[in-house]
Design a protein around this ligand. Sequence first.
Ligand SMILES: [Fe+2]
Ligand SMILES: [Fe+2]
Length: 424
Amino acid sequence: MIADKNKLIHAFGALAELGQEITVRASFPETMRTSLHLISGSLGIMRGGIAKYSRYAHEMNLVAARGLGDEFPLAMSLCEEDERQFLTNGIYPIDVDQARVLPYFQVYSNSFDRRNLKLFVPLIVRDEMVGALFLGEKATGDAYTSYDKDVICAMGRHIGVAISQRNLLEEVQRRADENRKLFDELHLTYTDTVKAFAAAIDCKDKYTEGHSVRVGKYTEIIATELGWTPDETEGAAVAGYLHDVGKLTVDRRIINAPYRINAKESAELNKHPGVGYEILLPIRHPFTDVPLAAKYHHERLDGRGYPDGLYDKDIPYIAKIVNLADSFDAMTTDRPYRHRRPADEVIDDLKRNSGKQFAPELVSALLKAMFSELTGEASEKRFRRLLGREYMEAENLVPMLKTALNGTAPKPVTVLSADQLTVN
Ligand SMILES: [Fe+2]
Ligand SMILES: [Fe+2]
């Protein structure tokens, strides 16, 4: 009686430990090994194994083994009849000697006999076979008692749940991977579409070929320099690529006029930010307010921009970045009525208009990015690709940038906001 009591305490101790093992341990193979060890130890079993069952492949794969030797198969197939029988049997030990009629035991009888395996326990969770437990003879040579079998069932249930959890985790992982792949593909489609759009916009303007693409790249450079996250930076680039999308509706003759356009033509051209906003508004842009960037990329800090003459704090930040990128590209590329301006003039212009048209910290960011490339601090030759080698090798560019950077260190913008103007 006392011996039975001790056995009971021992078995329950092992069961409690097994429960903890399954909930705490992170490594599945280790959980399986320890589980097998606990069963063998609590009942004095010489050898055994745990297999995980894949019902799609109809295959059992050994995930833990003890004393089975190298010859024991790592993977075993089940036919539908086996699976049906095991499901009907439920999670209760099957005496191998009495189940020889099943195809499974006929196919693997040698392996079972060689290691003297006595019990086979299908592990079933929510009417689904998730694995199996094989157990060899007891160390004492005694037959398994019904008490032993009840303990095995209880432990088998725990192991089954652990395998089922693992399967769920793998399924979640697989779906997450699938979603990630779909997302990546969608993302690629989105960026390709944006670039195709930018190319379409640029096609219309033969004199500023590649303008939208370059503005996208300068916007990206500035956002990177500001320390924006990769998603935010990509969003900024999209805003740059699409800032002039409204030009698609402007008469080609106005866009391509080889002279300074008149007031009427200018009014027509100046509709493009508003039209761009309308075009972009129905599209969902995940990281940046692309429609607002299009609408306000011609606003200036001092309120002298268009279409709304907004002041500094009322202009969306992304629109300020695009404005700088846009102006920088306009200054550094040939236009129908003038050549591009040399680097020293451009730097000078940016400095003079810092706080008037451009946000000073953005001018600093753009010049800093250029400076880092020239001094080799940044390995990527982005400006060189966009402006050409000759332009970037202009005499004294590095000292000029250095001086400009010292003079354009971020300082508070002194331009009055729209609110202040109305109060005063
Ligand atoms: Fe524009
Ligand atoms: Fe533009």
